[in-house]
Design a protein around this ligand. Structure first.
Ligand code: UD1
Length: 445
């Protein structure tokens, strides 16, 4: 699929932020722990959620959408314990079924996961955690297999506060006997959301949001109704879009605290930011000025917003430096932005950006989800027309992206590639109230 953008219109208006992709993906997996029905509200209709739900069905779970963003999930007593490669290769978060199924003290077999092409993304910390909890863990023919032996709580120190490893260990430990302590745990808001969700199902998880999480295991998990937190990365993308296009955008339904690292950087570059309960307004009032960014685990600046910020800095007066500390391969968008006139030099983990007065529309290609979103932002700022190919990657993480940007004045068109049979992607327009699941992630099918 291609997105074609006519640049030069300042974006103006309000946008309601959807539920968090990264929370939804882990909560969908974690629902497998429950013996009763789980109802999740505020789940975004995006391609990655669609893939995660395909995995639920393959494992034997039942999924029903109710209205636009509510999901009902029900798992049978006996379920399948193997995920096929064809699904796991589409999405990194398929690995989260490892911890969820392990919590039921059963055997699990999953292929090494796929996902965005942003670095090597090993699984060593996940496997170390499960093995310390008493699983026999092996990796053969591209599959990870975990077989429960004596599953007991213990203290697990993570060399790096990996989000996925923290989540998998939290889930597996929730079903183990005794107490597990995770040291140097990830502190992302999505970790806190998972802890709250596990607790709502009957688990005892304390300390989420700090670097020390304590989990008292149980085997009694009941059904619950739970609402997913707003997507801080989607919100950050729309906030940056206001600066890039020279307009004024209000993001609604956000948790302001989750956006502090982004707000601080937007103020550094000279944007006006106004906070009002669960809303943040960003407006461009003058010239953008250069600043430096280091990506770090939360509460540092999020790696998922590094590429969108690169677009903003490409238009800021002076020289900015970005240091990427989380994923080694996350500067691929720089080459595409250079096609549009940006001046960026990448060396290892560092990008040096010399601000230019304007970008010019060009044919570019999305290499990953966030790179795709960044090219969209660059298209809004550029003179002339920008054509983004492989744009279906954007629908992995942004709900109704064309509809939301169009409502703020963006001139944007989705075109199916010849022969892909997609038509204009129904899940992109943002105006359908009762789409069924098959329409949501049309770009990924
Ligand atoms: C999650 C998010 C992703 C975000 C990232 C960092 C989901 C579905 N995705 O990805 O959007 O960009 O957090 O905030 O929630 N690492 C190891 N060994 C491991 C695991 C990770 O070395 O066993 C390294 C990775 O190579 C990477 C770093 O840790 O350099 C961060 O990865 P991690 O926090 O695990 O990210 P994900 O959970 O994959």
């Amino acid at each position: 699929m291609k997105l074609v953008v006519q640049g030069g219109t300042p974006l103006k208006g309000r946008v309601r932020i959807s539920g968090a992709k990264n929370s939804s993906l882990v909560l969908i997996a974690a629902s497998a722990i429950s013996s009763g029905e789980v109802i999740l509200d505020n789940v975004p209709r995006i391609a990655d959620v669609k893939t995660q739900l395909e995995i639920v069905r393959v494992l034997g779970g039942q999924v029903v959408w109710e209205g636009r963003n509510t999901l009902r999930l029900k798992w049978p007593e006996r379920l399948n314990r193997e995920i096929p490669y064809s699904l796991a290769k589409k999405i990194r978060a398929s690995n989260l079924f490892l911890g969820a199924l392990a919590a039921k003290r059963g055997q699990v077999k999953i292929p090494l996961p796929g996902g965005c092409n942003i670095g090597s993304r090993p699984m060593d910390l996940h496997l170390k955690g499960l093995s310390m909890l008493g699983f026999d863990v092996s990796l053969e023919h591209g599959f990870i297999e975990a077989v429960p032996k004596k599953v007991e709580g213990c203290t697990i120190y993570l060399d790096f506060p990996s989000v996925g490893a923290t989540e998998n260990i939290m889930m597996a430990a929730a079903g183990a006997s005794g107490t597990t302590v995770i040291e140097n745990a990830a502190k992302e808001p999505e970790i806190v959301d998972l802890a709250n969700f596990l607790n709502a199902m009957g688990a005892k998880v304390r300390g989420a949001g700090t670097d020390l999480i304590r989990i008292d295991g149980t085997q009694e998990f009941h059904g619950t109704r739970f609402s997913v937190i707003p997507d801080r990365i989607e919100a950050g993308t729309y906030m940056i879009a206001a600066g890039v296009s020279g307009g004024e955008v209000t993001v609604e339904n956000v948790i302001v605290k989750h956006l502090q690292p982004v707000i601080a950087k937007l103020q550094d570059v000279g944007l006006e930011v106004e906070v009002n309960e669960d809303k943040v307004t960003v407006r461009r009032v003058g010239e953008l000025t250069a600043t430096d960014i280091k990506t770090l685990p939360y509460p540092g600046f999020p790696t998922d917003l590094q590429s969108p910020m690169m677009v903003l800095l490409a238009l800021a007066k002076g020289t900015s430096v970005i240091v990427e500390n989380v994923f080694e391969n996350r500067f691929q968008v720089a080459d595409e932005l250079k096609r549009m006139g940006a001046k960026i030099q990448v060396k290892g983990h560092t990008a040096v950006i010399e601000g230019v007065e304007y970008l010019s529309g060009a044919q570019v290609k999305a290499s990953d989800l966030r790179a795709g979103a960044s090219l969209l932002l660059a298209g809004f700022a550029a003179r002339g027309e920008t054509e983004i190919s492989v744009a279906e990657l954007i629908t992995r993480g942004y709900e109704a992206v064309v509809g939301k940007f169009s409502a703020m004045g963006a001139k944007i068109k989705a075109l199916a590639d010849e022969g892909d049979g997609l038509g204009i992607c129904a899940g992109l327009s943002g105006h359908e109230e009762d789409r069924d699941d098959d329409q949501t992630g049309c770009a990924s099918s």
